[in-house]
Design a protein around this ligand. Structure first.
Ligand code: SER
Length: 744
């Protein structure tokens, strides 16, 4: 019997033999497609080629792609574990033609691999085509020996494949396999309806692009995109009707049995199946850079973990154990996907921390849930507010509550849940509402022209003309200039403060922001008129508060140095998760799963201070994005950059894309000191640090505190000594009394 590993390799070798180029799986958490939270098909990484935006480096490709289908258009979550052939994470085997071969070859080769190479029973195989695709139907008869009754037509839902709401798409032809026990029961009506007819392979003939307005446009060329489910093919070839019985899953199921002491049975082992499925999704998401969080991709990871944890409770697991299952996942998958071994320790740490954190509210939540539903009869609906309470107070994702409800034949009022969520958000937004109301205050034009030129890298003072302004409330105003030295808040660096002035006019700038003014992006100065009238001004002098700006520059360059030092010391998994650069201090959030120990903190300080002492020049260059990335510049995950980027370089040590203001020489930083390290969220640490004079103040305060403490301790010791003396005197006295009392 062939192993899953061998079957994966068979597929790749078969298409390599037909001049296909092997392409590695792309990450499950795509970095460059905002329309996708997770990679949901093998074709995702080729999307730009299909759309004609990129030229294909080869005409044919083959790969096995890690896919996750738990969000968006392709979402199989409800089926997972309940049936035995849908997964949150699965491997999709695929072959591609980029404007090269088309339907005939795609059909012929799929058939050849399934029936000749793998020897599947031709009588059990069915082909479906799109209702109007007579060409594909004819080709099935012409280029294969499939029985004519086994070619069926279906509509858009089953045979027109789309990756998401927009993007490349086209008619498809699917290959299904009947794995029921009795061939005499096999019939066409089973396809696309019954679980013993499994879709094994989908051949998509990519020829259209779905636009945002819903229209379909023709692509410049026709392509082939196929996807075969490895787990299902392995099940069929190994003679199983359940994917969980294949060697891709049995080691994981066995580890679950061993850790829980609960044996698995194929017909009642939902918890085992869910756990075996979910751990693969979790391990690969984390290996590819997703982290549990409260939004988007991170929340999907968190949801899956929480779902798994609750199934763990059902088979008696009260302590974190899911993280341990990564051991069997690494055993099964490590060879094909080495990232799972490379990131092994990190993945375990993240999972364990998440499991422990949720474990604390899970039991209480389950209790609250059972009270909520205790009076409900089968078919009833759990109130949206209740589901929201479980979400808000006990961290139960909506789909977890829905899953529990489904198990008891209950529904959940989803609209009510959404309403409760909206209400809470509105309450939270109440405070920020003033900001939104500002939108309605119109801008006055003082002198015509749009756009603001930023000259603040070179100087902190310049002559300028007021272009637009508006009065928010009495003296509180906003204004924009034609040119300005004021840095507008961006990239974590706060906006500049300072003054804008003329004879008899003084405007105190309290903050500077990038804003849309009448639809144009502009640098806006916010603050208060201290002297004179804004309406009368045109020519002014704009002057940034030099001291504050200088302190900010120190902190910004120090942030870059620390970022590089963290990566150097802790490893490549460290990514910036947030940053604030102010005059007073810098704050930096990073992905890391442990407390950063005192030794490590001082090591980081040493590395940074060494770079400060070297007094290296800090160079800034404008270059093309690709050039910058090739030169090794750290770009921030998820940020969008234009074609031209600014690279800030501390030669030989740090290189980042950054628009902020920096010192000229690292020596300007003076000194660097980390003042706090804490946990911000599971997997995210927060560091605060100071530079320059603030380091001296920090030590001054420390010395003052220690001196005061010392004095206090001295007084306390004196007092204690006094007490001790008195006490020993008293006890000697008591002892004598006692002896006298006992005397006969
Ligand atoms: N993109 C198609 C699918 O996901 C075929 O690869 O089914």
């Amino acid at each position: 019997m062939k192993t899953g590993q061998e079957i994966r390799q068979d597929f790749i070798d078969f298409f390599k033999g037909k001049e296909h180029h092997f392409v590695r799986s792309s990450p499950v958490a795509p970095l460059d497609d905002p329309t996708l939270l997770f990679t949901n098909a093998g074709m995702n990484q080729f999307k730009p080629i299909f759309l004609g935006l990129e030229e294909a480096p080869y005409a044919r490709a083959v790969n096995s792609q890690k896919c996750i289908r738990v969000s968006g258009k392709h979402n199989d979550l409800e089926e997972v574990g309940v049936d035995n052939y849908h997964h949150t994470f699965f491997e999709m085997l695929g072959n591609w033609s980029f404007g090269d071969y088309y339907k005939a070859e795609a059909i012929k080769w799929a058939w050849e691999l399934l029936t000749d190479v793998w020897g599947l029973d031709k009588r059990r195989l069915w082909a479906t085509v799109y209702q109007s695709d007579d060409e594909a139907a004819r080709l099935w008869s012409d280029v294969t020996d499939i029985g004519p009754d086994q070619i069926l037509k279906f509509g858009e839902k089953d045979n027109f494949w789309e990756m998401g709401p927009t993007g490349p798409c086209g008619p498809c032809s699917e290959i299904h396999y009947y794995d029921g026990p009795d061939m005499s029961l096999m019939k066409a009506e089973g396809i696309n309806t019954r679980p013993d007819y499994k879709e094994l392979w989908n051949l998509v003939f990519i020829q259209n692009n779905r636009l945002e307005n819903g229209a379909l446009e023709d692509l410049p060329a026709k392509h082939v995109d196929t996807g075969a489910g490895l787990e299902r093919i392995v099940a069929v070839l190994q003679g199983h009707t359940s994917n969980y019985a294949t060697d891709l899953f049995t080691p994981i199921i066995q580890q679950i049995e061993q850790l829980t002491g609960v044996p698995y049975s194929e017909d009642g082992g939902v918890a085992h199946q869910v756990l075996a499925d979910h751990i693969r999704m979790l391990a690969f998401s984390l290996a590819d850079g997703a982290l549990p969080g409260n939004e988007g991709r991170g929340y999907v990871v968190r949801r899956i973990l929480r779902r798994a944890a609750r199934f763990g409770r059902q088979i008696g697991m009260r302590e974190p154990f899911i993280y341990r299952l990564t051991e069997s996942v690494a055993d099964v998958m490590g060879e094909a996907y080495p990232e799972i071994r490379e990131k092994f320790k990190f993945i375990q740490k993240v999972l364990k921390a998440e499991e422990s954190a949720f474990g604390e509210t899970l039991d209480r939540g389950l209790e609250v849930y059972s009270n909520m539903v205790s009076g409900l009869k089968k078919g009833a609906t759990l109130k949206g507010e209740d589901a929201f309470k479980l979400y808000d107070t006990y961290g139960f994702p909506l789909d977890l509550t829905q899953q529990m409800a489904r198990e008891q034949g209950l529904a959940v009022d989803e609209a009510g849940f959404d309403a409760a969520m909206t209400l809470q958000k509105e309450r939270a937004r109440g405070a920020a509402k003033d900001q939104a109301e500002l939108k309605d205050i119109p801008w006055e034009t003082a002198s015509p022209g749009t756009g603001s030129t930023f000259v603040g890298y070179e100087s902190i003072e310049c002559a300028a003309t007021i272009r637009k302004y508006r009065i928010i409330h009495e003296k509180t105003c906003q204004l924009k200039l034609d040119i300005t030295p004021f840095y507008a808040e961006a990239g974590g660096q706060v906006g500049d403060k300072g003054v804008i002035m003329a004879d008899d006019f003084l405007f105190e700038v309290k903050n500077t922001l990038n804003m849309l003014v009448d639809g144009q992006p502009e640098i806006v100065h916010m603050g208060q008129v201290r002297r004179g009238k804004l309406e009368k001004q045109s020519s002014v002098t704009a002057r940034v508060d030099g001291q504050l700006r200088q302190a900010t520059r120190l902190n910004h360059t120090a942030t870059h140095l620390m970022h590089a030092a963290l990566k150097q010391l802790l490893g490549d998994h460290v990514h910036q998760a947030g940053s604030l650069v102010e005059p007073e201090r810098l704050r930096f959030d990073l992905t890391h799963y442990e407390k950063i120990g005192a030794d490590e903190i001082s090591e980081i300080e040493n590395i940074v201070n060494d770079e400060v002492l070297k007094n290296l020049p800090v160079e800034t260059t404008i270059m093309a994005y690709d050039e910058a990335r090739e030169s090794g510049a750290m770009a921030l995950f998820g940020e969008k950059y234009g074609d031209e980027v600014r690279v800030v370089d501390v030669p030989g040590f740090s290189r980042e894309l950054c628009g902020g203001t920096h010192v000229a020489l690292t020596g300007d930083i003076g000194a660097f000191k980390i003042v706090s390290e804490s946990a911000l969220a599971a997997g995210v640490r927060r560091i605060e640090a100071v530079t320059g004079r603030a380091v001296i103040s920090w030590y001054d305060q420390l010395v003052a505190r220690l001196t005061a403490d010392g004095a206090r301790q001295k007084d306390r010791i004196k007092a204690l000594e006094k007490e001790l003396k008195a006490a020993s005197k008293a006890s000697a006295h008591d002892y004598v009394e006692e002896l006298v009392a006992q005397a006969v």
